[in-house]
Design a protein around this ligand. Structure first.
Ligand SMILES: Cc1cc2nc3c(=O)[nH]c(=O)nc-3n(C[C@H](O)[C@H](O)[C@H](O)COP(=O)(O)OP(=O)(O)OC[C@H]3O[C@@H](n4cnc5c(N)ncnc54)[C@H](O)[C@@H]3O)c2cc1C
Length: 387
């Protein structure tokens, strides 16, 4: 469950305004080149640091902006209407920070959160392995206690920020034989050093610019005081606790991508003419626009609803799951429909809609696949309505 956060009021309007200005001035003119060359946007990252985005949800006591999830989700949506990849650079970083803030010791919070908030130490979440993603309790990375350290061996894959990040919330088994399996799992803060290697960069369909990597741990020694919370056995809870926030964020990305696809379609359908009139006046196209706009609005309302519940500190796995499921499917549907409205140009790399179409499918996979969201929603439905 989240800590209670009040809505941000006027402060929110100011922050959203500076994010809009940053996107217009520092991001929009460069997206096309950075995305097609698959280049990590270092200069933009520096500006994101200055804006405070790496500390957006970290409490002010630890140097962050202390924003509510509701405001944060709006930021993620705005960023994703311009370039979804950018949201990944601070999003998984903030999930790592949330795990420390919610479950870490005071010493860990004081040591790490101010550096996370400043963007001086950046990273993400290292959970997935080559043999398992959804079934996280099957991980094979093992940490064995040796005096004041743990010795870690194993491989993680698909880790966002894996190359340019320096610190990761690393999920391991501290007791591989434990039953139930989650009792043997722990989460560490692992900074790069001897024994911690990036073995390769992974090539992707979309979500370019942000680095996705495979990480290999070979006799990597981590000090025992980097075990989040200070006690073994809570790792799965600590990792999945942050994922509720992660789901709201992925849902907000879905709204951003769907909105961008709709905006492109609304614009293009007014300037493209066939049979003597703009294509938006053909009923077949108008029906698509109506459907897309409704999905975007419904998705946004679901995200706001889940974020408000999260901010009240209440359990929201069902609502976050619904928002994630609906908004990310909306992103897929809207990007495809927008591409169709663009005709042949939709298939061209010169048009934005082509990128939206390649970015959207990631959203149905990350932070728990949409198949799993349906199961989570159904499970909660039964639990909340026992006969
Ligand atoms: C670009 C990108 C970035 C990523 N970033 C990160 C990151 O930063 N950190 C990180 O740890 N991971 C990251 N991931 C990994 C991502 O979280 C996993 O890919 C995701 O959790 C799914 O796991 P999997 O790929 O192993 O699929 P699997 O778990 O093998 O699932 C395969 C299929 O089976 C379905 N399935 C599995 N179990 C069930 C079930 N019980 N019931 C019904 N259906 C089921 C799934 O829904 C899916 O359709 C990233 C992935 C990508 C592509």
């Amino acid at each position: 469950m989240a800590q209670e956060r009040a809505p941000d009021g006027d402060h929110e309007a100011l922050i959203l305004d500076s994010v809009r200005r940053f996107l217009e001035r520092d991001v929009k003119p460069h997206v096309h080149r950075l995305e097609h060359d698959d280049v990590y946007p270092e200069e933009i990252v520096e500006k994101m640091k200055a804006l405070g985005l790496f500390g957006a949800t970290i409490a002010a006591d630890y140097g962050g902006l202390g924003l509510s999830t509701t405001t944060y989700a709006r930021i993620v949506e705005l960023v994703s209407t311009v370039w979804m990849s950018l949201s990944g650079i601070f999003n998984s970083h903030l999930i790592m920070a949330a795990a420390v803030e919610r479950f870490g010791t005071e010493e860990q919070k004081r040591r790490f959160l101010p550096r996370f908030a400043a963007g001086e130490l950046r990273g993400g979440l290292a959970l997935t392995e080559p043999d398992c993603g959804t079934d996280l309790q099957a991980i094979r990375t093992v940490a064995r206690r040796e005096g004041e350290h743990y010795r870690i061996n194993g491989t993680k894959t698909w880790i966002s920020n894996g190359i340019y990040g320096q610190c990761f919330a690393l999920l391991v088994k501290t007791d591989p034989g434990a039953q139930p399996r989650h009792r043997g799992m722990s989460l560490f803060l692992a900074e790069k050093g001897p024994g911690f290697a990036v073995s390769r960069k992974l090539e992707k369909l979309g979500y370019k610019g942000i680095d996705s990597a495979e990480l290999v741990f070979s006799d990597y020694l981590v000090p025992a005081d980097r075990l989040i919370g200070g006690a073994e056995g809570g790792g799965l809870k600590h990792a999945l606790g942050g994922l509720e926030l992660g789901r709201i964020n992925v849902a907000a990305r879905g709204v951003g991508v769907a909105q961008a696809a709709l905006d492109e379609a609304v614009r293009y359908s007014q300037i493209r003419h066939t049979f003597g009139k703009p294509i938006c006046e053909h009923q077949a196209i108008a029906l698509k626009l109506g459907e897309m706009a409704t999905k975007v609005r419904a998705a946004r309302l679901l995200v706001e609803d889940a974020a408000r519940i999260y901010d009240r500190g209440e359990r929201c796995d069902m609502e976050a799951g619904m928002a994630k499921l609906f908004a990310t499917e909306a992103a897929i549907d809207c990007s495809l429909e927008s591409m169709r409205i663009h005709g042949g140009y939709g298939y061209s790399k010169e048009f934005t809609v082509e990128r939206l179409y390649r970015d959207a499918p990631l959203l149905v996979i990350g932070e728990g696949t949409n198949e799993m969201q349906r199961l989570i929603i159904a499970r909660q439905l039964i639990q909340r309505n026992p006969v």
